[in-house]
Ligand binder design. Structure first.
Ligand code: ARG
Length: 462
């Protein structure tokens, strides 16, 4: 009798089917991979013809049908069917509608397991290539801004406490260095992403004389799988991309944090461009750094995507398991977040108003030139530890009087150490402090110019 005889059976069979379909379908989101699925299928069909598995004319009919489907999808006329589960089945079913029985030959020697692995690899590669493009643009904006602010000085901090003066250029170039590493990391991961898994079939390879190398060549991939079981269950490439995205977001989030602090009127180092700030519904004076805050906040969901997929993979027995379908949503969500964040940060930095006068005024608080006094004493022959101690005494004196180090009269400084003469004052100037730091990678004018030149050369190549 089944469910029919029960009080609830009347609706149960249908109800369960609908829920299961809804639970297992992926076409609502994996349709994003349609271009890659079609490219993979065309490469597969042509390979089958080259290997004598299909007639050349059959492969061409299939490819023409796939091209027509691509058009339908891009024009928005393609009828996606949830009942067909995923992007792959939707496209294959439409192919047979369009070209007839020959469409049923496309799946020869192929499984959805190696098919989806190929499509997802191509998709991840395309999207991370877009991220790299956006990273490159952000680095270009940072380098241009740095170049305009080689002379602008501000307090460099450790522990968020005033430490030593630096140029704004040096501060911005620190971020340029991070984003350049992010670019290189993605480029490196792409080598492992662009490995063709087609030919692994369900898990064990096939009996047809396939040529994965020819598929790879058509799709401009870097190589082919070495083990069929690994090929259908490997998602390392997606994890690497998610890690790359996580680190991009970490770097963006740190820049956001600097901007949020700098925008606080107590600092006033930047004025947020109107287009990137919002007001408060109750406090008329407010200009809130919402874009920077949201970017900092969205970093969490990207880390979540990485943690999620790592966790999905950890307990999987060989080989393909349906769990692997859970690889796409976190990646799609991450793609949306990272792409938008990178583009917005570049726009925000381009429009940011820096306020050098406020940065300069901040140099007067926090004894940022204390190291200069210590180094000056070392130059006069005093061991560094002693010089550090004497400088501490000078700082304490200035602090007690509520003045800067350079405002202490010579007599007071000489009281601290008779080695000090009036040639100390130019040494204490912040500009001089920055100008002296000319070791490689430092904040001095020469290493800053060298960093800018190196990044400009890199931008030419990438
Ligand atoms: N939609 C599936 C996925 O994303 C495609 C592969 C399904 N393969 C299978 N044998 N059920 O992983």
């Amino acid at each position: 009798m089944g469910n029919k005889g029960t009080m609830w059976g009347g609706r149960f069979a249908a109800g369960t089917d609908a829920l299961v379909q809804e639970y297992t379908e992926s076409v609502s989101y994996d349709r994003a991979l349609y271009r890659q699925d079609i490219a993979g299928s065309k490469a597969h069909a042509r390979m089958l013809a080259r290997q004598g598995v299909l007639q050349a004319a059959e492969a061409e009919q299939i490819c023409a049908g796939l091209d027509a489907i691509l058009q339908e999808i891009e024009q928005g006329t393609f009828a996606w069917k949830v009942a067909l589960e995923d992007v792959h089945m939707n496209i294959e079913s439409r192919l047979t509608e369009l070209v007839g029985d020959v469409g049923k030959k496309l799946h020869t020697g192929r499984s959805r397991n190696d098919q989806v692995a190929l499509g997802f690899r191509l998709f991840v590669s395309a999207r991370t290539q877009e991220w790299r493009h956006l990273l490159r643009h952000l680095v270009a904006v940072l380098v241009t801004t740095a170049d305009a602010h080689k002379e602008t000085l501000l307090p460099g901090c450790t522990h968020l406490q005033p430490a030593q003066p630096v140029s704004l250029a040096q501060h911005l170039l620190a971020y340029a260095a991070m984003f350049r590493r992010d670019f290189d990391r993605l480029a490196d991961g792409d080598k492992r992403t662009r490995v063709c898994p087609l030919g692994a079939a369900a898990l064990a390879g096939t009996t047809y004389p396939l040529s994965p190398a020819f598929v790879a060549e058509q799709l401009d991939m870097a190589g082919v799988f070495s083990n069929s079981m690994d090929a259908v269950s490997d998602r390392d490439f997606a994890l690497e991309a998610l890690f790359g995205a996580s680190l991009i977001m970490a770097h963006l989030s740190r820049l956001c944090e600097d901007l949020i602090i700098w925008a606080n009127p107590a600092f006033g180092f930047v004025r947020l461009p109107d287009g990137y700030a919002t007001g408060s519904s109750i406090m008329p004076q407010k200009k809130n750094p919402d874009v920077a805050e949201l970017m900092r906040g969205k970093t969490g969901r990207v880390y979540g995507a990485l943690m999620g997929l790592l966790t999905t993979l950890k307990g999987l027995p060989m080989t393909y398991n349906r769990d692997l379908q859970e690889d796409k949503e976190p990646f799609l969500d991450t793609d949306k977040t990272v792409s938008a964040s990178l583009a917005l940060m570049a726009g925000m930095m381009e429009a940011m108003v820096f306020v050098p006068q406020r940065m300069e005024a901040a140099l007067e608080r926090g004894f940022l030139n204390a190291t200069e006094l210590a180094d000056y004493l070392v130059g006069k022959g005093m061991p560094f530890r002693e010089a550090h101690h004497h400088t501490g005494a000078a700082v304490a004196l200035a602090e007690a009087r509520g003045v800067t180090l350079e405002a202490l009269p010579l007599a007071d400084l000489q009281h601290i150490s008779p080695l000090i003469t009036d040639d100390v004052y130019p040494v204490l100037a912040h500009k001089a402090a920055v100008a002296r730091r000319n070791t490689s990678g430092g904040t001095g004018p020469q290493p800053v110019a060298a960093q800018i030149a190196a990044l400009q050369a890199w931008l030419q190549v990438e």
